[in-house]
Write a protein that binds this ligand. Structure first.
Ligand SMILES: Cc1cc2nc3c(=O)[nH]c(=O)nc-3n(C[C@H](O)[C@H](O)[C@H](O)COP(=O)(O)OP(=O)(O)OC[C@H]3O[C@@H](n4cnc5c(N)ncnc54)[C@H](O)[C@@H]3O)c2cc1C
Length: 326
């Protein structure tokens, strides 16, 4: 069965990744009565095929091979080319994740087509995918169309609503033999180093509290951490803060940091430079605290407090604690 939209799924420690569920939801809405395919590539991924069906896939293309246990562009590209051929979908969606950022342009190049990176809105018009993405550092939005097939796009996390899970949904599981050509593997992973993060992951968080250089020093991040704790939020930071080594680089939000799209983004003592906004402009609600009423951050904020953070944060934390009954 040919798919009208193929979602390239990802599996994490907790099962099917949230971004995959979101893309399946989007694909269902976009494909109208067409068939939605889902590619699952990796080792041991077949176990998640039913979950993909429950979240909206009609057919799951499984490439389950021990050689695919770790992401490697050379092996995954081979597998993806096979799945793309079998699914023959006119639209292929990847998450704007490490995998998607790397693999989507490679696949598009091999298939002699184009790719729309980092879309935050998707629409189908006359069989063409219209992908909206932020540009000019998040200050404007552009709608892109790929005039070749298949139309490839990556989708930003939390920009799409997942479909409601229905474990009674029926679908087809198709095993695809990638027959990996080992001689084509040019990248070898020689070692790995991880950054251990406590609490909610910045990219997945529904609420983010970020601090900027206006806090005056690393010790003043305690109010950011305290507010984040009572809200169950992740802590973010501006680049100025990370460059000063007040916070680790893994906390940086922005053009050269992480892109977040939480429901609530609280920016404390952050100016709102375009490069910072590139990382948080997809947030559903931005709340800014800045002592400069003319700060750029207020232009993008739903609510703003033009005050010294030092006078605002403690009462705000207390108010949230009371509200939450903590
Ligand atoms: C190529 C490039 C890439 C970049 N990538 C990124 C990126 O990924 N992420 C990023 O963040 N930046 C990035 N930048 C840097 C960006 O241009 C800004 O310099 C940076 O975001 C500024 O950080 P800030 O707002 O914390 O600091 P500042 O610009 O110093 O602003 C501090 C703010 O705090 C306010 N303030 C001061 N004291 C108080 C107080 N007591 N109470 C309340 N408010 C107070 C001030 O009014 C001011 O608005 C990049 C720049 C370049 C050139």
């Amino acid at each position: 069965m040919a798919s009208s939209i193929l979602v390239v799924g990802e599996v994490g420690e907790g099962g099917l990744a949230p971004i995959t569920k979101e893309m399946l939801g989007a694909a269902r809405r976009l494909s109208a009565d067409g068939s939605v395919g889902c590619a699952l590539i990796g080792s041991g991924v077949e176990a998640h095929a039913q979950s993909a069906i429950a979240h909206g896939a009609d057919e799951v293309f499984v490439v389950d091979d021990a050689a695919l246990a770790e992401y490697n562009a050379d092996t995954y590209l081979q597998a993806m080319l096979k799945v793309a051929e079998q699914a023959s979908a006119p639209v292929i969606l990847f998450g704007q994740t490490n995998l998607g950022r790397d693999l989507a342009p490679r696949l598009a190049f091999r298939l002699e087509t184009g790719v729309i990176m980092d879309t935050i809105e998707l629409a189908m018009e006359g069989g063409r995918l219209h992908g909206t993405r932020p540009c000019y550092g998040g200050n404007a939005r552009a709608v892109h169309v790929v005039n070749a097939d298949p139309q490839v796009a990556t989708v930003r996390a939390k920009s799409q609503e997942p479909a409601i899970e229905d474990s009674s949904r029926q679908g087809q599981v198709t095993n695809v033999d990638a027959a990996i050509d080992q001689s084509a593997i040019r990248v070898k992973v020689t070692s790995r180093s991880g950054v251990s993060a406590e609490g909610v992951r910045l990219e997945d968080a529904d609420v983010v509290v970020s601090g900027g250089r206006g806090l005056g020093g690393p010790e003043n991040f305690d109010v950011i951490e305290e507010l984040a704790t009572v809200l169950g939020a992740a802590v973010g930071a501006s680049r100025a803060v990370c460059d000063l080594e007040w916070r680790p680089v893994s906390d940086q939000v922005g053009l050269t940091g992480k892109v977040v799209s939480p429901t609530l983004y609280i920016a404390v003592a952050i100016s709102g430079a375009s490069q910072h906004m590139a990382g948080c402009s997809g947030s559903k609600n931005i709340v800014a605290i800045n002592k400069d009423a003319d700060a750029n951050i207020f232009k993008a904020s739903r609510f703003g407090i033009a005050e010294d953070y030092a006078t605002i944060m403690k009462p705000l934390i207390e108010a949230v604690k009371q509200e939450k009954g903590a």
